[in-house]
Design a protein. Sequence first.
Length: 497
Amino acid sequence: MLVAVFMAATSFCQQSKFKITYSHSPIAEWAKSPLFVDDTSMWVNASYALNAGGYGVLMLKIGMSGNILDHKECEKTNFSYLGFWAGTLFKIDSNYYTGCEIQYPDPTPASPGDMYAFPALIKYNLSGDTVWTRYLELDTSRLYRINSSRPTQDKGILLCGSKSTSIPGTHDFLLIKLDTAGNLLWLKTYGALNVNERASTVEELPNGKILLSGVKVNASLTAANPWVLILDDTGKIEWQHTYTRPALKGGGGYTKAAKTGGFFLQGMVDTLINAGDNPSCPYISRMESNGSFRWLKIFNNKWFTQIWDFYELDNGDVVFCGDKIDSANNTEYGYIAKIDSFGNLKWWRTFFEKPTGFHYLSCIRPAPDGGYVAVGSAVGVNTNSQDAWIIKTDSMGCVIANCFVGIDDIENLKAGLKVYPNPATNEVHVSVSTGLLGEGTVIAVYDMSGRRMVRIVPDGSRQKATINTKEWASGMYVISVQRANGDMTTAKITIVK
């Protein structure tokens, strides 16, 4: 089932905008990374649940107005899994490739559900058909996880992730180089005894060196810090550094090469900046070639926020995406944001599809028309559905024309929303403080199964709406207010009869 939330006509001169969800199976899908074919279409690779115990790999071809042009099931045997890090889909000559892992049930499990995993590489032709899948059947006593795959200048392919050690629950960095036929050229691991290291990203630098990064967790689980390595083209360490400040709270350790030398580092700090802030805040830092900080930007706010992916533009600006959690409303929003070349925030756009759901944007790329594409997954909590999620914005991160320009303040929207009486019987009043709505705002109410009860589009002069609830059953409902730029806040209301 394809649900088009918003679509607009597209041309190369006019930036296209859309939001869509895509469901291939009744269980779950997650879009991983987009790759543009030309000005009119893109391929997106995605994981989808074959059944309760395994995943397959999809290729979706999407037009610039949000229409699905084609879809291919690329891998169905066993358990094929695309890693968490973004950008795993890439092109070499006239073929596409993506790194992944193939998981098998353990033939001698210590407990039900045990499995082991091998690295794998999938090759596709330009039509998205699978040419072959190569499995690296290595030591079955170890668990190999793949999080990132990237091409090299000599048309090799790098896969990175982790390999379990002889100590239960611990892993080392894993780095593999393959040729385009899927043959193993070399395999390296990096790590220390009693330390848990998991590589997140790998990339070849312009000088042929390899940038490898991830997280290092000590044996007592009291510290988790970014670990960055520079390697030669054979995988030999030339430079490495573990960043203990800013301390990493969890996740992150992602790097990308900067266009003018050095690299970017992303992670989480355990620093409380203002009273009421969430104690775990994401950051992006611009690093010099020697590993020192040029600048560091922390994105602190009241909500737990994660950065999943970022991309440097030609002018040095950086766009990034992720999710932020409003625990009071049990809603997790996806977002897209942009900073300038000094780390100053230019704008922040928030998106959602399903009320009281969880939304993740895990990869972002610039589009040929100057806009951006972000992909991930949207989960409906009460409808038990998880779908692939693809958003195409214009250059300001908007999905409709004339959206709010500037730094969005969703906290003001939340504070300005009033719903009364609560509990209610026959009618509910929804009011929003003056100036917080604007053209294109939508007020909607959903029951706890996700069914929309009413939808209201206030005009510019009206900041209040009255909703007739006489025919509604007793129970809990969710009222959402979404602005034209995608910012949204919710409140819960109880109807008693």
